[in-house]
Design a protein around this ligand. Sequence first.
Ligand code: G3P
Length: 218
Amino acid sequence: MKFFIDTANLDEIKEANALGILDGVTTNPSLMAKDGVTGQNNILKRYVDICEIVDGDVSAEVISTDFAGIVKEGEHLAALHENIVVKVPMIKDGVKALKHFSDNGIRTNCTLVFSAGQAILAAKAGATYVSPFIGRIDDITWDGVGLIAQMVEIYANYGYQTEILAASIRSPLHIVSCAELGADVVTAPLKAILGLLNHPLTDIGLEKFLADYRKGNS
Ligand code: G3P
């Protein structure tokens, strides 16, 4: 399973990258705004800065919602750096644009996916990645992890090549559940990634090993 970090914050990206387990980055307009990155030029510069830190796919989201606008914007984003994957919303013109990008060798991430039906459309349109937002589904008391299970089954039925990129991850448990089901990628905040490290028995065991070493060497 590939690990992406879901942030526009360069320090967080550097920290995750330094762990040596980072395969890519996802961003969105809200994450850019949260990090104080506003205005087209600053946003484009941030994408390039991220691409120069991480040797992996970096999702850059279009703002247009019409076919011509999505295509123009997506081509511009894709030309910024070879790591860029164009993030396209799951809307009618977005599906058309996914097919256009797929036919023209531009890699894509279909975002804002909340149902198996939408996931089928993304795969049929040739999206490179599809992003089901599992945390936001849980937020409305539906089953986000259940959607991953459904998608894994459907994609396997037809050999769809689109990679399932579990997004809107809220916890380490979400990451483990996605791994159990065979999601291709998870994109998670740094806190959820670092949360995977934690186990009280590790802390207790390490404390004892170090104490015993000190006893034998004092
Ligand atoms: O990758 C999509 C993700 O950023 C959405 O996460 O936490 O805003 O639901 P969240």
